[in-house]
Design a protein around this ligand. Structure first.
Ligand code: 13P
Ligand code: SF4
Length: 322
């Protein structure tokens, strides 16, 4: 390949060349590409593994690759690094954050926890390594109910997603869960008013939703699950039409898993806004993935003292999820 650009110069590669280069670099660097369902479809199509947050952590925990190219947001890549301190973990865009993780800074979280002595700290994986280090067990949207139920009658604080927390409290019959008041900017903006309009227009459609949605959306859903849970449900349900209340990137794999079915993205209140697309997830592009593999930059790093403390609650979650 004689077209390798210098760092800082625009890439002069066609989409086909870019794809071929990514595949070549993957072999050369013994890299694995992990991608979340909210990534651009071109990235999902090139990934070795596409999954929800739990599946991606499980894949990161077992990979034999030397390099993990993590196409998702920062907390996901950080989790991979916590599990693999001796591997190189690169991300296409280091600034791909998350409103849930960013809205729960570790110093404020530590101070808040002081109000709840004797509580078990259950943190959603959408948080920083420092917040994980302050937690007893991590959960994802696919195992949160199971993990809270497994804790029996222990007093629990749940952070940082108040909507997922409220959903878990209801499912696990734990109205006493103490919730950090964080939200996902994508799931927060779905409009109940516009959802009802769609339900009237498509009376046969089933509403399926991610538990990061607020109650105004969840109360209309016949199935609430993680991204992978929503995809498998759309595939197996006898219904032919679905209104899908989660980030629109999921529609790519959902359409492949449920061929011929009609998938209608749930709408945000503002018709002119693409608010059902996560601006953090979409910072990653094929070009940035190529550069990350070529230069092995930017890398995700976690200070060892934090990593060691954050590892325990992640391992506890993985052990409770088999
Ligand atoms: P899951 O894929 O685990 O359902 O998580 C959704 C999400 O918001 C990731 O940021
Ligand atoms: Fe965070 Fe929401 Fe984006 Fe997921 S969709 S990364 S929870 S902001």
């Amino acid at each position: 390949m004689d077209k390798l650009p210098v760092v800082g110069q625009p890439l002069d590669l066609s989409p086909e060349e870019l794809e071929a280069e990514i595949k070549r670099l993957k072999v050369e660097k013994n890299a694995v590409i992990l991608a979340h369902y909210y990534q651009e479809s071109e990235i999902q199509d090139l990934a070795d593994y596409v999954g929800d947050s739990l599946q991606l952590s499980q894949a990161a925990a077992t990979t034999k690759a030397d390099v993990i190219a993590f196409c998702g947001v920062h907390f996901m890549a950080e989790t991979a690094k916590i599990l693999n301190p001796h591997k190189i973990v690169v991300v296409p865009d280091l600034s791909a954050g998350c409103s849930l993780a960013d809205g729960c800074p570790a110093p404020a979280f530590a101070k808040w926890l002081e109000k709840y002595p004797g509580h078990t700290v259950v943190s959603y994986i959408n948080c920083s390594a420092e917040v994980k280090a302050l937690s007893d067990v991590i959960c994802t949207s696919s195992n949160a109910v199971k993990i809270v139920k497994a804790l029996g009658d222990q007093k629990i604080v749940f952070a940082p997603d108040k909507h997922l927390g409220a959903f878990v409290a209801k499912q696990a019959h734990r109205p006493d869960l103490v919730l950090w008041q964080g939200t996902c900017i994508v799931h927060e903006t779905f409009s109940e008013r516009r959802l009802i309009e769609l339900m009237v227009k498509y009376p046969e459609a089933e509403v399926i939703a991610h538990p990061e949605c607020h109650e105004g959306i969840l109360k209309h859903a016949t199935h609430i699950a993680s991204t992978s849970g929503l995809i498998s449900y759309a595939a197996k349900s006898p219904k032919q039409q679905f209104i899908v209340a989660t980030e629109a990137g999921i529609l790519h794999k959902m359409a492949a898993a449920a061929p011929g079915k009609t998938l209608i993205p749930a709408p945000p209140e503002d018709e002119s806004c693409a608010c059902n697309v996560c601006p953090f997830m979409r910072k990653n592009t094929l070009e940035k993935l190529y550069l990350a593999l070529r230069d092995l930059q930017p890398q995700v790093d976690v200070p060892e003292a934090v990593r060691v403390r954050a590892l325990k609650p992640i391992e506890r979650m993985l052990a409770m999820s088999v």
